[in-house]
Design a protein around this ligand. Structure first.
Ligand code: ZN
Ligand code: ZN
Length: 105
């Protein structure tokens, strides 16, 4: 009689694609220390690409959080994606500045 339970204590899933993380896989969290949303590298890269196209800063997929992803958290993300991330932030601030200037005119 085999009564062994091979279940991991708590399986960690990517909050976007719901794939379980490999033990060695990098997990990414936003800058909000209270947030427990974790994403895999693939989803985070997709999030960054989407944000750049939409002139948004890459933020946490959780509606309750909306924390931003900061560069120092983007470990093991490709340099190309980091560049896109920087462009996304720059575009966002430019747009923000632009809107502020328009309001003053
Ligand atoms: Zn994922
Ligand atoms: Zn978050």
């Amino acid at each position: 009689m085999s009564n062994q339970q091979n279940q991991p204590e708590q399986e960690l899933l990517c909050s976007i694609c719901f794939c379980p993380f490999e033990i060695t896989e990098s997990k990414y969290t936003c800058a909000n220390p209270k947030c427990n949303i974790m994403t895999c590298a693939v989803c985070l890269e997709a999030l960054i690409l989407f944000s750049e196209k939409s002139n948004l800063i890459p933020t946490c997929p959780s509606n309750d959080c909306n924390g931003i992803y900061i560069v120092s958290n983007l470990i093991n993300i490709s340099p190309d994606t980091i560049k896109i991330y920087e462009t996304a932030c720059l575009n966002f601030f430019m747009k923000d500045q632009g809107d502020n200037i328009k309001k003053r005119i």
